[in-house]
Design a protein around this ligand. Structure first.
Ligand code: UT7
Length: 327
């Protein structure tokens, strides 16, 4: 028995902000593109519901996977900018989608949150507690952005992405590693003033080391070399960081997915958004081996190897997923 990604979906707010919308902060399109690769980002309206946007992404992931809402046993949402403090958005999203009384909760682990949620989903399936888990990353970072600070305002975007994680009968077993270092909270945090502060240059260097080193570790544990990766999908914070990681790993540029130019840094939503966009661009084929890596506030980090849509995935209506009494 193993675990695979069965489908992905994305949802972005309609409002697009280009780099030119930030020139009043004494910045320029040239600086932002050269230092980060970002060209535009999306902005959720101040009175809009993030849960509604996340529901759209989750609905698209379900449609892409062919898994029906009734077959989802757990819903996990990674976010640091939920609509309300409690309950988490997962319960609202599950209800909006007609998922019947699943285990549903939110995870907060900065930009690594999606990989933490995905690791939980994999463990739940491997332990037999679930067959299909819906994992979403959703952020309205505009809610915690200091819109007068050029050091951070140009980097952040809003959006939501989701994947359906499913049991499969054979194929590659996922290999994941997560970690954190609380001695480095000061590098990136959101304090009581509710605004994100970070020391970008110091994070840059740690990010390359953490993502490259932990991707090497999960590859080694899976018995794979970097050449086995069909697509490397890293947290989309900065194109320069991602290229530095891929050079360290020896992954060719054409096997690295980038959408930071279109969506900027969307924290927990970044990797599922990238997966959904890669799918839309026909860059994922059944059985593709994906390398995933993230880092963020904590510092926290994660890396993993998992297949896209394993041909051995258990179908939602198949006997393997029926009557397991796991709810
Ligand atoms: O999601 C995880 C969390 N965060 C990150 O991943 C961020 C990681 N870090 C980065 O992406 C990069 O470090 C940044 C994009 C934040 C900055 O790029 P950099 O090449 O590391 O620049 P720097 O911090 O060394 O700053 C260079 C200069 C500074 O001016 P001085 O001190 O050299 O005069 C900054 O004040 O660039 C200045 N600067 C800007 N200039 C124009 C910083 N932001 C801007 C800006 N426009 N938006």
């Amino acid at each position: 028995m193993t675990v695979t990604l069965a489908g992905a979906g994305a949802a972005l707010p309609e409002r697009v902000l280009s780099n030119h919308d930030f020139v009043h902060l004494d910045t320029s399109d040239e600086w932002i593109v050269q230092r980060t690769g970002i060209r535009e980002r999306r902005r959720l309206a101040a009175d809009a519901s993030l849960a509604e946007l996340a529901t759209d992404a989750c609905g698209r992931a379900l449609a892409d996977s062919g898994v029906a809402p009734r077959d989802i046993h757990q819903v996990v949402v990674a976010t640091s900018t939920a609509d309300r403090i409690s309950p988490g958005m997962a319960v609202e999203i599950a209800t909006r989608l007609g998922i019947d009384r699943p285990a549903a909760f939110d995870v907060s682990a900065g930009c690594s949150g999606f990989l933490y949620a995905l690791d939980h989903a994999i463990a739940a399936i491997e332990s037999g507690r679930a067959d299909h888990v819906l994992v979403c990353g959703a952020e309205a970072l505009s809610r915690i952005t200091d819109h007068t600070d050029r050091n951070t305002a140009v980097l952040l975007g809003d959006g939501a992405g989701a994947v359906v994680v499913s049991r499969a009968e054979g194929g590659l077993r996922p290999s994941f590693v997560l970690g954190s270092d609380g001695t480095r909270i000061d590098l990136l945090h959101v304090q009581q003033d509710k605004l994100l502060r970070m020391r970008g240059r110091e994070i840059f260097e740690s990010a390359v080391d953490l993502m490259a080193g932990h991707t090497e570790l999960v590859l080694e544990r899976a018995g794979l070399g970097a050449e086995a990766l069909d697509l490397f999908v890293a947290h989309q914070a900065n194109a320069r960081i991602i290229h530095a990681v891929r050079r360290r790993l020896g992954v060719p540029a054409e096997r690295v997915f980038l959408n930071v130019d279109k969506v900027a840094n969307t924290s927990s939503a970044s990797i599922p958004l990238a997966l959904a966009h890669a799918g839309e661009q026909q860059l994922l084929h059944p059985g593709a081996v994906l390398g995933l890596a993230a880092f963020g506030a904590g510092l926290s980090w994660g890396a993993g190897v998992i297949t896209w849509r394993s041909p051995d995935a258990v179908r939602p209506d198949g006997e393997l997923s029926a009557g397991r009494g796991v709810r």
